[in-house]
Write a protein that binds this ligand. Structure first.
Ligand code: C5P
Length: 220
């Protein structure tokens, strides 16, 4: 099974309060994107494409292995993944789409996603249970619904797909579509998505507190 990894790294880092792209923010002295690339490699994905903020290729090339392909990402995560997917070799059987913002994803999560694809599933994503009560509110912040927690999951990356199926699903999307993950893209095309066990250590670094937690994780 030939796997290609696409790392979405074209985000701005606004919520992290950083003055450089989020993927270049250091965690224990190394940029988040370098950790994320390592995580995919450690899990068995050798070929990698990274989409970066336009104008930042040199900065990313300086911190990543020379065999990683760098491409200018788009205005949204969906647009950035589309760029990476267009560049992924058509000889790839499967693609794993990963957030640069999930630097400490354990290799076992990557392996579980690959195993589900090898078993013949067209799409597989890592998930975790929801521990808080989760509610739906209206515009005024008043609770309108509280879906039963038992069936809810938090979705992580890397998300794995049969390459041709993901490419076909992206081809059906409106050019300006903006979805928060790739499972949503294939589900919109009617493709079933199976889940595998995620890992708390694959948490997304979004706000400064997340970075502090990740720093502690590295020290352990
Ligand atoms: O904004 P959010 O944290 O959901 O972004 C998830 C991932 O998508 C990040 O790794 C970010 O770099 C990436 N992204 C991207 N292109 C964008 C916006 C976000 O590749 N335009």
């Amino acid at each position: 099974m030939h796997a290609v990894g696409i790392v979405a790294a074209a985000g701005s880092g606004l919520r992290l309060g950083a003055d450089l792209p989020k993927a270049l923010v250091p965690l224990a002295g190394r940029p988040l994107v370098a950790w994320s690339v390592d995580a995919l490699r450690a899990g068995g994905v050798a070929e990698l494409v990274v989409t970066v903020p336009p104008g930042q290729r040199d900065a990313f090339a300086a911190v990543l292995p020379a065999d990683v392909r760098l491409l200018d990402g788009g205005a949204t995560r969906t647009a950035s993944v589309r760029v990476g997917l267009d560049a992924a070799s058509v000889t790839a059987d499967v693609v794993l789409v990963h957030d640069a913002a999930r630097p400490l994803t354990p290799p076992d999560v990557v392996r579980r996603v690959l195993a589900a694809l090898a078993a013949g599933h067209p799409a597989a994503v890592p998930v975790l249970p929801v521990v808080d009560t989760t509610v739906v509110v209206d515009d005024a912040g008043v609770i309108r619904d509280a879906p039963p927690r038992a069936a809810l999951r938090r979705v992580q990356t890397p998300q794995g797909f049969d390459r041709a199926i993901l490419a076909a699903a992206y081809a059906r999307l409106a050019p300006d579509a903006d979805l928060t993950d790739d499972a949503a893209v294939v589900r919109a095309a009617g493709v079933p998505v199976v889940t595998v066990e995620g890992d708390e250590r694959a948490a997304k670094v979004t706000v400064p507190h997340d970075l502090a937690v990740a720093e502690r994780q590295v020290r352990r």
